[in-house]
Ligand binder design. Structure first.
Ligand code: AKG
Length: 258
């Protein structure tokens, strides 16, 4: 477990070695309680999972940046941006998702997040995920389980002998994990829900999982910090990937609302 004073290089070294790293204290009070409260407000209007991957007793909040402002700052955390720069280079948000694992939920199937892209393994990282713990993550309440070192696997699949570890961490911590590392939500055997928010990023030459242009209304997008707009796709990957009618998309965003 590392602390908020951890350097970008230390996180990158752990990601390279193990495929994941836990950093404590990136979200502190009063922001932590405010984020938890606001997510629980959103969750009150959120339906349950629709399939075994989403979970029978789990709720997932999609279109996160349309529903809360409490993750604008975490998405731009300097340590996160530094690690993104080192691991992915030019990148954008892919799947910002709140995940509340309810009591009685079974362990999610182990998977790797970059499996959606048809790339032979192993390959340079194209996805980096950050799981923000809003509750304490424990072995019992469904802390994310990670298979250490599995980011280096080729076509190997986890089986009954695969050793996974629970990313146990206090609320306010962040689990960084490579898009290629095998992992999954843990089983929740307690009587309380476990709340976390995933801010997943992808190299900007790939399509993000969520279509942010439709998920986040234009009048909301225009009010966001410029760097967050870029991470939501209002950006050019050099030399010109992502232009709109020959122009930078931010210009079009601003022009459209004036
Ligand atoms: O909730 C978790 O701890 C992990 C969830 C996850 O890996 C996913 O849904 O892709």
């Amino acid at each position: 477990m590392r602390s908020a004073t951890t350097s970008v290089d230390e996180v990158m070294a752990a990601l390279d070695e193990e495929g994941y790293a836990v950093v404590e204290g990136l979200l502190r009070e009063p922001e932590l309680s405010a984020a938890r409260r606001d997510m629980r407000r959103v969750l009150a209007q959120t339906p349950g999972g629709r399939n075994p991957f989403e979970g029978a007793n789990t709720k997932r909040v999609y279109a996160l940046f349309a529903k809360t402002r409490l993750f604008d700052a975490p998405a731009l955390d300097p340590l996160v941006l530094g690690v993104l720069d080192g691991v992915l280079g030019h990148c954008q948000l892919s799947a910002p998702t709140g995940i509340e694992i309810g009591p009685g939920e079974q362990a999610q199937i182990l998977h790797h997040d970059d499996a959606i892209y048809p790339l032979p393994r192993p390959h340079p990282e194209v996805v980096l995920n950050t799981m923000w713990a809003l509750d304490d993550f424990t072995e019992a309440n469904g802390a994310t389980r990670v298979v250490p070192g599995s980011h280096r696997w080729g076509d190997d699949q986890p089986d009954a002998h695969t050793r996974s570890v629970a990313a146990v961490m206090p609320a306010g911590s962040v689990l960084f994990y490579a898009g290629s590392v095998w992992h999954g939500g843990g089983a929740n055997t307690t009587d309380r829900a476990r709340l976390g928010v995933i801010l997943e990023y992808v190299a900007s030459w790939l399509r993000p999982q969520e279509n942010h242009f439709l998920a986040v209304p234009r009048d909301v997008a225009v009010s966001l910090p410029a760097r967050l707009q870029e991470l939501l796709g209002y950006n050019i990957r050099p030399p010109f990937m992502g232009y709109v009618d020959g122009r930078h998309p931010r210009r079009v965003l601003e022009a459209g609302t004036s």
